[in-house]
Design a protein around this ligand. Structure first.
Ligand code: PEP
Length: 251
């Protein structure tokens, strides 16, 4: 089985000012810097520069939470990949369900955003997942298949392993309801199988994370599933101690 280094990514959403970011990192870096898993902090846009500067001498990487697919243009309020690169950012979350739900993010746009991020030198963290009614009506497989096929359509087969995928069932995000380890494993194995249908080699390399109410007390069980390569953590990543405990659980 290929050796895939786990990733623990902290999605701060619209939390933490620059000052709060600096305070978090001052507390957090000594706790997580020497850990085995890769650690990625995803603060809001205004805090990215401070996070990049604070993390510069450490193994912690920094990612944004969204970007536009064009490098520049008349897109008021948007930010492009070259702008993130200039800041020293390493990656970008794309297709988070909150962006799909509240800001009209589409699979068509993601099919352009994912290769644009890769081409610019950013590691995309692509989020996919079904909502509660889709799970209840046994549509999970179809939803994941449609999202993965559409969102990765513009990525050449030989670059699929450079993408990180986060399986985030919408019913588990911010709800305190976590997928069972078996549900996470099943969905993530399905996602890996979809990548395998394009390239067996890349399917062995691609990292697929679980996200949805990951906490210090459930992280280990979820991350130890054979196909689960880490976690995208929202609420529990806002507290340095809690986040360090999750990172330790993955080590
Ligand atoms: C997320 O928003 O990516 C997430 C997983 O949130 P939470 O951990 O709070 O469910």
């Amino acid at each position: 089985m290929p050796d895939r280094t786990p990733i623990l990514a902290a999605n701060w959403k619209m939390h933490k000012t620059i000052e709060e970011t600096e305070r978090f990192l001052a507390e957090s870096l000594p706790r997580v810097a020497d850990s085995g898993p890769e650690v990625v902090i995803c603060p809001p846009f205004p805090s990215l520069k401070a996070a990049v500067e604070r993390c510069a001498q450490s193994r912690i990487r920094v990612a944004a939470q969204n970007m536009h697919e064009e490098p520049e243009g008349a897109f008021t309020g948007e930010v492009s990949a070259p702008m993130l690169i200039e800041l020293g950012v390493d990656g970008v979350i794309l297709g988070h369900s909150e962006r799909r739900q509240h800001f009209g993010e589409t699979d068509e746009a993601l099919a352009r955003k994912v290769p644009a991020a890769l081409d610019a030198g950013l590691e995309p963290i692509l989020c996919v997942g079904e909502n509660e009614s889709q799970r209840d009506s046994d549509e999970t497989e179809g939803i994941l298949t449609r999202q993965i096929e559409a969102d990765l359509a513009g990525v050449p087969d030989e670059r699929l392993g450079e993408v990180v995928i986060a399986y985030e069932p919408i019913w588990a995000i911010g709800t305190g309801r976590t997928a069972t380890p078996e549900q996470a494993q099943e969905a993530i194995a399905l996602i890996r199988g979809l990548v395998e249908s394009r390239s067996a080699e890349q399917a062995g390399a691609i990292r697929v994370l679980y996200g949805g109410s990951v906490k210090p007390d459930n992280a280990e069980e979820l991350i130890s599933q054979p196909d689960v390569d880490g976690a995208l953590v929202g609420g529990a990543s806002l507290d340095p101690e809690g986040f360090a405990a999750i990172v330790a659980a993955a080590a």
